[in-house]
Design a protein around this ligand. Structure first.
Ligand code: DTR
Ligand code: ZN
Ligand code: ZN
Length: 423
């Protein structure tokens, strides 16, 4: 029960609220995130208004509570295939795929071979305005696309000597880029006219992280960091993933406002996690070695209200603190295998200690887990993972309450130990 959850006050330099965090407050933030999605096309995807409105909400609440808020801008490459590629001569070919980061377009023209398409030489006899057909190999798809663009090709078709394949052109390309197998390649090259249609969103977008820090300075200058990504996938509002984490740490920050903890706590709301951890990578890349070393621990909060939950505690330094919390509440928990799938990864890659909590995503609950936690074996832990149905209805309030309490307690424990010797 949530009522067991208290910030361990006596250990802090100046008091922070003792009460358990009411889940209702966290739900208020979640409803605000749902509303930002509802009024901005159904998602809170990075680089789009739904995310920006969520970030404005977080920043406004923090400022009201007295925080100085930093907005850290950065750019990232966004890609989405809106509709499957179509390649046609007299008929439409099968086995055609849009390359990742292909541009969007509808072009008709004469195909022309350009060897491997890796060097200007390959385009010696190329006529501008034609569709380049090149063999896979020898250089990256990105280089092939660059050369094709330089030579004035209106589209690029990359041919694998075996069969159909999928490829990645690494960054947004201005022309359609297709991947096809040998048979399609041979037939296309023999035609006088082909039509290439791709429908993608492929562009560099701008977004930002939101960062705020409590006062407090430890003699050794170390800070505790707590982070949650605020962006959702394109497909939905992202309320469990990761409205829950973002709302929980917002409420924690609001409760700590005005306190002067012995160790400063730095809160971060990352953007573009879903596109490849861009926000947290950017943040870590910008730290000086000294700043990096000043982070005692980075606690990651991504998905903490899953409906068919388990309590997965990240391996590492903070495990013991979480263990004590769950044991005291007589709740099961397990050590989560970390696979680099969230914003803790850039921190651990930079040798910062990481910890965190995860209540489960698209993976199915095992029989053993169902015995331990209840819920349904064989069903995903979050049935709406990365889907439009990841709404307010996709959050278990009890799980969210327990998880929020866990984060609050672990942060409080870190704040009160200097230096921390957890293991
Ligand atoms: N990548 C996260 C979901 C996710 C998958 N495995 C883990 C482990 C720990 C935290 C999060 C996750 C996302 O979709 O945002
Ligand atoms: Zn996600
Ligand atoms: Zn997530």
């Amino acid at each position: 029960m949530l009522t067991h959850t208290t910030l361990v006050l006596g250990l802090l330099a100046t008091p922070v609220p003792v009460d358990p965090i009411p889940v209702e407050n966290v739900l208020t933030h979640l409803r605000a995130f749902q509303a930002t999605a509802d009024t901005h096309g159904g998602s809170r995807v990075a680089g789009r208004p739904g995310h920006d409105a969520s970030a404005r909400y977080v920043a406004a609440r923090l400022r009201e509570a007295g925080y100085t808020v930093e907005l850290q801008p950065f750019t990232f490459d966004f890609y989405r295939e809106v509709a499957p590629a179509a390649l046609s001569g007299r008929h439409r070919f099968r086995g055609v795929s849009t390359m990742h980061f292909s541009g969007s377009g509808d072009v008709t023209g004469r195909p022309r071979r350009a060897g491997l398409g890796c060097a200007e030489q390959d385009y010696r006899r190329f006529v501008r305005g034609r569709i380049a057909v090149v063999r896979r190999g020898s250089c990256s798809f990105e280089v092939k696309a660059q050369q094709a663009v330089k030579a004035g090709a209106t589209a690029l078709i990359v041919v694998d000597q075996k069969g159909p394949f999928k490829g990645n052109a690494n960054r947004p390309q201005p022309i359609p880029v297709l991947a096809v197998g040998k048979e399609v390649g041979a037939r296309v090259a023999g035609l006088r006219r082909v039509r290439v249609v791709t429908r993608t969103e492929s562009e560099t977008r701008r977004t930002y992280n939101v960062i705020a820090q409590t006062p407090g300075a430890r003699p050794d200058g170390k800070v505790v960091m707590v982070g949650a990504h605020l962006d959702s996938r394109f497909e939905g509002p992202g309320i469990n993933d990761n409205g829950t984490g973002a709302a929980a740490i917002l409420e924690l920050a609001l409760r700590m406002a005005g306190a002067r903890p012995a160790t400063a706590v730095r809160f971060a709301w990352w953007s573009a996690e879903e596109e490849g951890l861009y926000g947290s990578k950017h943040y870590v890349a910008k730290l000086t070695p000294q700043e990096r070393q000043s982070i005692e621990v980075y606690l990651n909060v991504d998905m903490i209200g899953s409906r068919n939950h388990t309590y997965g505690v990240y391996k590492g330094a903070s495990e013991r603190f979480f263990a004590r919390y769950f044991s005291r509440l007589h709740l099961p928990y397990h050590t989560a295998d970390l696979n680099g799938a969230s914003d803790y990864a850039p921190f651990s890659d930079a040798d910062v200690q990481v910890g965190g909590l995860f209540t489960g995503g698209k993976e199915a609950k095992t029989k053993a887990e169902a015995i331990l936690y209840g819920g349904t074996a064989g069903k995903p832990k979050d049935p709406c993972y990365h889907k439009a149905c990841d709404t307010m209805a996709n959050v278990d309030h009890e799980v969210l309450a327990v998880s929020t309490g866990a984060i609050a307690e672990v942060v409080a424990r870190y704040v009160s130990c200097a230096p921390c010797r957890v293991n």
